[in-house]
Design a protein around this ligand. Structure first.
Ligand code: SF4
Length: 66
């Protein structure tokens, strides 16, 4: 099932880890992580970012979920 990575910008503390791990997917915009290219890295790389985020601000959203 297709899924898309999302960032909760209210939770993000701007540590930059996800941007370092997957600069093809995330960039900092106004000091917060932003998903500018959800297809930019393989899922396992994005999963590393999800696991590594210190405040669990990154998550998957199933594409067919409401
Ligand atoms: S790893 Fe988490 S807290 Fe750090 S910049 Fe990315 S989303 Fe924000």
């Amino acid at each position: 099932m297709a899924r898309t990575v999302r960032v909760n910008t209210d939770t993000c503390i701007s540590c930059g880890l996800c941007v370092s791990l997957a600069p093809e997917v995330f960039k900092l915009v106004d000091g917060k992580s932003f998903v500018y290219n959800p297809e930019g890295a393989p899922e396992n790389k994005i999963q590393e970012c999800i696991a590594g985020c210190p405040v669990s601000a990154i998550h998957w959203k199933e594409d067919d979920a409401p």
